[in-house]
Each structure stands twice: as C-alpha cells, then as structure tokens.
Design a protein around this ligand. Structure first.
Ligand code: AMP
Length: 182
C-alpha cells in the first residue's frame, strides 16, 4: 500500500472529499492547505488576516506562508500522509522536494483527478463557499491552468503520476483511487 500521496487536480474536482475519506480509511494525515488556511482565517490569527483577502480573490497565498504550515506538519508525521491543495506551483513543488529529501521521505503516488470544465463549474457553484462566486471561480480555474497544471508534467516525468476520471458518484471515484493506492 502506498502511504505518501499527493492529490492534484482543478478546483471543484472533488479532491477534498476524496482525500479526506481516503486518509480516514488508511489512517493517513490529511494535509489540506486550503482547510488549514480557512481555519487560520476563522481564528483571526495574523496568518489568517494575511491570507484572507488573497483567498477571497482566488489568488494563491505566498509560498513562504504555505511552506511554513506544511513543514511543521510533515516533520511530525513521517508515517503516512496525503497532500491536498499543495504544491500549487513549481516553486512549491521544488520546495517540497527539498523538504522531503531533508526529512528522508518520498512521494509514492500522485493522483491526478480530471473532470470536464462545465462539470467543475457546476460543482463549484453548488458548494457555497465564500470564494465560490462565478467571477472568483473562473479566476481560480485560470490560476490552476497557469500555475498548477505544469506540475502534471513534472510528476509524470518522475514516474509518479496516475490519472483518475472524476465523474460519477463519490463511491465510484473512491474505488478508482483505491485501485491505484493498492
Ligand atoms: P483550496 O481549498 O485548496 O481550494 O484552497 C482555497 C484557497 O486557499 C486558494 O484559492 C488559495 O488562495 C489558498 N491556498 C490553498 N492552498 C494553497 C497553496 N498551496 N498555495 C497558495 N495558496 C493556497
């Protein structure tokens, strides 16, 4: 069974749901940078105040801020983890590579969840998060294409990438992912 996993895919594809459920079944740490940032915003911390406006616009929060969050969690959780929403650009992927080398841990599988743009938009519009209005959603999809999608080739070249069609029910998608994790 693979236990150091990374989930990749556009906003609205269902990464959060699948990542959370898989992590619970396999007893892995679910590390969602989006969830961690939202809890900082809710707590009104300095970090949360810094992130809030950026998130509301659908832009990416600074690499340094996100990296500090991730380093802290991974250092204390070597056994197994599932990264969701991080890395989000090539600089973060490079920083993650260095961090994992330092911690002597390795990514075992990158799951790319794929879905048609129209379905993504529908899913995002039905979710009702504060950064889920149509203008911001379109911008988040553009940011994904420009900054995050290049990671697909990066992880494919490392031989780590497997794709999953993210249509159908939550259970059907979960079965496809389970088959890859082993
Ligand atoms: P998510 O829940 O993954 O869709 O993330 C929601 C928002 O949090 C994003 O639109 C970004 O503003 C911010 N965010 C989450 N993860 C990252 C990351 N790895 N790097 C930069 N910003 C992030």
């Amino acid at each position: 069974m693979k236990q150091r996993l990374l989930f990749l895919g556009p906003p609205g594809v269902g990464k959060g749901t699948q990542a959370q459920q898989l992590a619970a079944r396999r007893k892995l740490l679910h590390l969602s940078t989006g969830d961690l940032l939202r809890s900082e915003v809710a707590a009104g911390s300095d970090l949360g105040r810094e992130a809030e406006a950026v998130m509301a616009r659908g832009e990416l929060v600074s690499d340094a801020l996100v990296l500090a969050i991730v380093r802290n969690r991974l250092e204390n959780h070597a056994a197994g983890w599932l990264l969701d929403g991080f890395p989000r650009n090539t600089a973060q992927a490079a920083a993650l590579g260095e961090l994992l080398e330092e911690l002597q841990q390795q990514i075992e599988l990158v799951v790319l969840m794929e879905l048609d743009d129209d379905l993504l938009l529908q899913r995002l519009l039905s979710r009702g998060r504060t950064d889920d209005n149509e203008t911001v959603i379109r911008h988040r999809l553009e940011v994904y294409q420009a900054q995050t999608a290049p990671l697909i080739a990066h992880y494919r070249n490392l031989g780590l990438l497997e794709s999953v069609e993210a249509s159908g029910t939550v259970e059907q998608i979960a079965e496809r992912i389970e088959a890859l994790v082993g």
